[in-house]
Write a protein that binds this ligand. Structure first.
Ligand code: HEM
Length: 457
């Protein structure tokens, strides 16, 4: 069989000599800049960002090709992962090389088995209950709440407990781990916005970055040594499971550094993402009272006042549709990148080996050829009979293909459970002045706190 020759034309885009102005425009408003570039040049654009030139794709066929059909040709040794390497190290998110990734994923996959998630739902539920108790106090005192902060505290408490058995407490702000993470994430966001001065240069901001990362690592290493010394008991957490896990082929166990890299990666991937999805969903419900009442009606009829179990979740189809439609409009992870390992072709253009191939779920989810009226919030797009025919590369909040988010079932169970419990207990009303601007940082955040007032049901 003769293979068709690869296209010789490279994708259109701004001239490489415009890389300084492109970089400034991209740093200022990445989503606005990219959306205009895609409108102007089409679904594949070459964007000459300084130090990180990118081929940006926006057609679901190309996304599917990179993530699934030709995934071996595209790996994670792309620039963006280098930037977050102090945090992620060689953990599952950033590990490069099909074989290394595969053996690690095999080792970790059992942690996300349905039965384990069912157990973890008990932790999610207990911590949600604590939060709702506090909310009752706010409701009777007439105090508004900052939804983003509340969701972030709750999801951090859940992952810290389920990943490495520390309890950061109900308010989520006074524990030294939570305080260090808060400062660290601020410094990381600042660095990612303008990653020009290397982190090893000891600016005051970089010093804060390293100091707080060391504090966070200290907690993980302390737990590792307590487990190894047998002075702490198995608490059903991921760390305990990993300490004892053995590679199926080599029989090897993970060393302390590998354990730390995995725990940090999971914490980074599994905390702000879920909090962000919950925050935007709550805000969106306040703007769509019709959707909110349909959702409450479903929860009342399936569950009444009782807590949802894993077995209940498939029955809550409208809840799943609301969550998915929010993940389409507000995907927490807005940028993904791969390195093209060999010469390739995307959208009919040549993509040379070594290119940073970039796409934004935020923009792919707004491709009007696949999502008519993309800005309209319409959960019925995800009604079960319609959802089956959605293109595999058109809805990618958790990515797709072999490197799809390992925590997606955990995250969906967590989001469903938390939203259900909130809706069972409270009515809420927005206290946020609209419009909100979306600010792409590690996740896409609102430009001001989302505040709601609560009334008990
Ligand atoms: C709404 C919540 C979440 C969203 C939107 C999300 C999104 C994603 C996306 C887009 C990727 C692919 C990144 C890439 O290819 O570069 C990913 C990978 C990953 N996520 Fe999630 N995630 C969520 C929650 C979680 C949770 C709760 C955990 C763990 C507790 C987690 C752990 C991971 C890990 C370890 C990977 C790397 C998987 C691999 O490469 O094999 N995520 N996630």
């Amino acid at each position: 069989m003769t293979l068709a020759p690869l296209s010789t034309s490279v994708a259109p885009g701004p001239r490489p000599s415009a890389s300084l102005s492109t970089t400034i425009a991209f740093q200022r408003d990445p989503l606005g800049y990219l959306s205009k570039a895609l409108e102007r040049y089409g679904n594949v654009v070459r964007v000459p960002v300084l130090g990180m030139p990118m081929v940006v794709i926006n057609h679901p066929d190309d996304v599917k090709k990179v993530l699934q059909d030709n995934h071996v040709d595209f790996d994670k040794d792309a620039k963006i992962f280098e930037l977050v390497s102090p945090l992620l190290g060689d953990g599952l998110i950033s590990v490069v090389g099909g074989a290394s990734w595969m053996s690690r994923r095999r080792l970790l996959q059992p942690a996300f088995h349905r039965r384990r998630i069912e157990d973890m739902m008990r932790v999610m539920s207990a911590h949600t209950e604590d939060m709702l108790q506090r909310w009752s106090g706010f409701a009777s005192g007439g105090t508004d709440i900052d939804v983003g902060r509340e969701m972030s505290n709750l999801t951090l408490r859940i992952v810290a407990r389920t990943l490495f058995a520390i309890d950061i407490g109900a308010d989520g702000q006074t524990h030294p781990y939570a305080q260090a993470l808060d400062v660290f994430m601020k410094e990381l966001s600042a660095y990612l916005k303008f990653p020009v001065i290397p982190l090893r240069v000891p600016t005051p901001s970089h010093r804060r970055f390293w100091r707080n990362l060391r504090i966070m690592d200290g907690f993980v290493y302390d737990m590792i040594s307590r487990y190894r010394a047998g002075t702490a008991e198995d608490q059903g957490d991921l760390l305990y499971m990993l300490i004892n896990a053995q590679d199926a082929d080599t029989g090897e166990k993970m060393d302390d550094r590998q354990l730390r890299d995995e725990i940090s990666s999971f914490l980074f991937a599994g905390h702000e993402t879920s909090a962000n999805a919950l925050t935007w969903t709550i805000q969106t419900l306040t703007e769509h009272p019709d959707v909110e009442s349909r959702l409450r009606a479903e929860i009342d009829s399936v569950l009444g006042d009782r807590e949802p179990t894993m077995a209940d979740l498939p029955k809550l189809t409208y809840l799943a549709a609301v969550i998915n439609e929010n993940l389409r409009i507000n995907p927490p992870i807005w940028q993904i990148m791969r390195n093209a390992r060999v010469d390739n072709e995307l959208g009919g253009y040549r993509v040379p080996a070594g290119s940073n191939v970039f796409w934004s779920p935020y923009l792919v989810h707004r491709n009007p050829d696949f999502w008519p009226e993309p800005e309209k919030f319409d959960p019925d797009r995800f009604a079960p009979e319609i959802a089956r025919s959605i293109h595999k590369g058109a809805f990618i909040p958790f990515s797709a293909g072999p490197r799809i988010c390992i925590g997606n079932t955990f995250a969906l169970a967590e989001i469903q459970l938390i939203l259900t419990r909130i809706l069972q207990r409270f009515h809420f009303e927005s206290r946020t002045e609209l419009p909100l601007r979306k600010v792409p940082e590690a996740t896409v955040r609102p430009n001001k706190p989302i505040r709601i007032a609560l009334q008990p049901r």
